[in-house]
Design a protein around this ligand. Structure first.
Ligand code: ATP
Ligand code: MG
Length: 743
């Protein structure tokens, strides 16, 4: 029974409780995933259950891989036969066997996102729906939502007063019919169709209930309705369902996850045994305390106790960067320190490899500054569950425009954007233009110009091509006078690229907008540098970054990922960057209490990934859309007890009155947590200190209302740059400015 020796009594109970419904409800790092893996090993090794009778479902492919590895390690050999999978791949596998029962061929194709989009647009065109009025992405996400709720086109009842819904019903119906004609399914269909299959063919359901005698689900708090229903059906007969989860880590509400699933499990499965785990094995005491302090502010949660026997560990470190470049520079410096530190006897910190370190951020666009700094320092990195900044679709699109402006012969870039945004120039036209150019020995662009003189193009197509050439010529003309960022902004507006993304309004489109904004701020920053950067230099620089991935060691890399991707993982050293209001909590989500609490859970997930050391950082100024913006410190920073934080001083070029420590302390609002030791600290204000801080709203007798953008200098010499609504930015000596503080 050596297996059980590695577990504490509560974990052991959860492993031994193999029959009947079981809910393991516990906080982060308490061994939930460990219980699942040990349970699988125990079933096979001790109870003689065939691996084929076990189904374990997790959320991401990475998590599934890790679970498989852990089980293999425990069994001392292959985990062959055990079905460890994500929901989607499990469903795909079931459909491969039985989809003919639903009138599809077993050789069906699964459409990826791009196929889906193309398909949907074709349907909408057929129905003569205006993309402006009904953005395809919005349709797509509305359809996905229906699918997540298990609603088929026949079941969907649009409100008769809602035009969008009425069109959606039409589109959804037609879209599904077309997929069927193509013998294809999209991602969301996988789950819906298995549900239909089980309903239509009880004997198929029975065979799976028989096959999957032991069903286990990790990260159960993030299942949506249809996933939950599937699990319920599979467990109906034998009831051997074990789900593990933590309501404090539910972070996919916006994608239809139902925390209710975990909270109602006991009701849905009468006789459920509940095991709670309270000991955290992952993190140091300091990290765990910090996490508990943050999450306990949430009102909509079940109270849980979480403690650890782990050592106290180092304090959390907070760094306040000047801007995102400074923040990135700090993070990368620290990473290098960890890895390059030759183990000094006096220093108890273990020497680390890159793979022990992770950087988390709230939105994808934040990775850009970190990536560049890593590349500069030749530190290998990988983006987990995402795409590197310069490889993102929207960034590549913009770069293609820029490349084409710099070099119109670049046929590859031209092909990328000729119909993007859509201009009614189809693949076929491009092919024939290409053949024509080749024949004439011209570049595609030149060939297009030539073709205008010929008569083999229909007049409609000719007009569209003329329009396109006109656009590119106009951009090239503008490029002569505009700066790089202005040019980019111009092309984004002129082509309607940005407007389209904004109209779509989906989660994904908005994330793309953020990436575009990030590119713009980078360009602006480059222009502010000592040597203004030309279009060509910039493009060279980008191609260096994108082709730099030559590192040999595929394993030993720093991991970069969004907080959402970090769920379930753990790293000795963790950085969470961008601890600012607006970013974390992210404002896009809205200001409802549920939204805020979900953001807080996300922060909790981030903190609890760290085993030994947690770094938090924020910046005084972060540029978005090329505009420097002062973000206030995240309220989650305020929620951390001051004693747990070490504030790292910035290596300063110019002196700021806001020594990092003072800055941070001053932000703490003592009224939020009475009886906290922080209260005394807040009253500490140096002599002559003018209590301004970045982000503050102020009123000036002459210029009116404005916001403090940055502050420099000490006491009497303090100067502040304030952006006034009336006159724009002004740099004033605060002592004489007669400012009134508005908040
Ligand atoms: P999360 O909520 O983040 O998904 P979790 O509850 O799934 O966390 P695990 O990942 O299973 O937690 O465990 C966290 C860490 O603690 C792992 O490194 C695991 O190996 C270790 N651990 C868990 N239980 C024990 C134990 N009884 N003895 C030693 N180490 C343990
Ligand atoms: Mg886990």
């Amino acid at each position: 029974m050596s297996l059980l020796n590695d577990l504490n009594p509560a974990q052991r109970k959860a492993v031994l409780e193999t029959e009947g419904p079981l809910l393991v409800f516990a906080g982060a790092g308490s061994g939930k995933t460990r219980v699942l893996t040990y349970r699988i090993a125990y079933l096979i090794q001790e109870k003689g259950i065939s691996p084929w009778n076990i189904l374990a479902v997790t959320f991401t492919n990475k998590a599934a891989d890790e679970m498989r590895e852990r089980v293999e390690h425990l069994l001392g050999g292959s985990a062959k036969g055990i079905w460890i999978s994500t929901f989607h791949s499990a469903c795909a596998r079931i459909l491969r066997q039985h989809i003919d029962r639903l009138g599809f061929g077993r050789n069906f194709v699964i459409y990826d996102e791009e196929d889906q989009e193309r398909h949907l647009k074709a349907v909408m065109k057929e129905l003569e729906l205006d993309f402006k009025m009904y953005p395809p992405r919005a349709m797509q996400s509305a359809m996905d939502k229906l699918k997540n709720e298990g609603i088929t086109p026949d079941q969907y009842r649009p409100s008769p007063f809602n035009l969008f819904q009425k069109k959606l019903a039409l589109v959804y119906q037609r879209y599904q019919e077309d997929l069927r004609r193509n013998n294809g399914v999209d991602f969301g269909d996988l789950l819906v169709m298995v549900t239909l299959l089980f309903k239509k063919c009880p004997e198929v359901l029975k065979s799976y209930q028989h096959l999957c005698r032991y069903v286990m689900v990790d990260e159960f708090q993030d299942t949506n309705l249809i996933q939950y229903r599937l699990i319920r059906r599979l467990g109906e007969g034998h009831q051997n369902i074990c789900v593990v989860g933590d309501d404090d880590q539910s972070i996919y509400r916006w994608r239809g996850a139902e925390v209710g699933n975990i909270l109602n499990f006991e009701k849905d499965f009468p006789g459920t045994k509940v095991v709670t785990l309270e000991q955290n094995y992952r993190s140091t005491r300091h990290i765990l305390q910090a996490a508990n302090h943050v999450v306990r502010r949430n009102r909509l949660r079940k109270e849980k106790i979480l403690w650890t026997e782990n050592p106290e560990g180092e304090l959390l470190t907070l760094y306040v960067g000047e801007d995102e470049e400074d923040e990135a520079n700090y993070v990368v410096r620290k990473i290098a320190e960890y890895v390059n530190a030759v183990s000094q006897k006096s220093n108890e910190r273990p020497v680390r490899s890159y793979r022990d370190i992770a950087v988390f951020y709230r939105i994808n666009a934040q990775s850009r500054a970190i990536e560049e700094e890593l590349v500069k320092n030749q530190i290998p990195y990988t983006i987990v569950g995402g795409v590197k900044f310069y490889e993102r679709k929207e960034i590549k699109d913009i770069l293609a425009y820029l490349k084409l402006i710099a070099n119109p012969s670049d046929g590859i870039s031209l092909r990328r954007i000729i119909n993007h945004p859509p201009r009614g120039i189809g693949e076929k036209t491009v092919e024939s233009l290409l053949a024509f150019s080749r024949e004439k020995g011209l570049s595609l662009y030149e060939g297009m110009r030539e073709a205008l003189k010929e008569d083999w193009l229909s007049s409609g197509v000719r007009e569209r091509i003329r329009g396109f050439i006109h656009l590119i010529e106009e951009l090239r003309q503008e490029a002569k006078t505009l700066s790089l960022s202005q040019l980019t902004l111009f092309l984004l507006t002129r082509t309607g690229y940005l407007a389209r993304l904004k109209e779509e309004g989906t989660e994904e489109a908005l994330s793309r907008v953020e990436n575009v904004e990030e590119l713009l701020s980078l360009l602006t920053a480059l222009e502010e540098g000592e040597e203004p950067v030309s279009l060509e230099t910039f493009l060279d620089r980008v191609s260096l970054v994108t082709s730099v991935d030559l590192y040999e060691d595929r394993e030993n890399r720093v991991s970069l990922m969004t907080l959402h991707c970090a769920k379930g993982l753990e790293f000795p050293v963790v950085f969470i960057i961008g601890m600012e209001e607006g970013l974390l909590p992210h404002y896009r989500r809205g200001e409802e209490i549920e939204d805020l609490e979900e953001e807080r859970r996300l922060c909790y997930v981030g903190i609890t990934r760290a085993k030994e050391k947690l770094y938090l950082s924020r910046t005084e100024r972060r540029s978005t859309f090329g505009i420097g913006r002062a973000n206030l410190p995240s309220r989650f920073l305020d929620e951390l007890p001051f004693e747990l934080i070490h504030v790292e001083e910035r290596e300063k070029k110019e002196d700021s009155v806001f020594s990092q420590e003072a800055f941070w302390r001053e932000d703490v609002d003592p009224s939020r947590d009475e009886g906290d030791s922080r209260q005394e600290i807040v009253t500490w204000i140096p002599d002559g200190f003018f209590p301004l801080r970045t982000g503050m709203r102020v009123r000036h007798p002459k210029f009116g209302d404005g916001r403090v953008k940055s502050i420099e200098g000490m006491n009497e010499d303090q100067k502040a740059t304030i952006v006034f609504a009336s006159v724009g930015p002004k740099r004033l000596k605060t002592r004489y400015a007669n400012l009134e503080i508005l908040e």
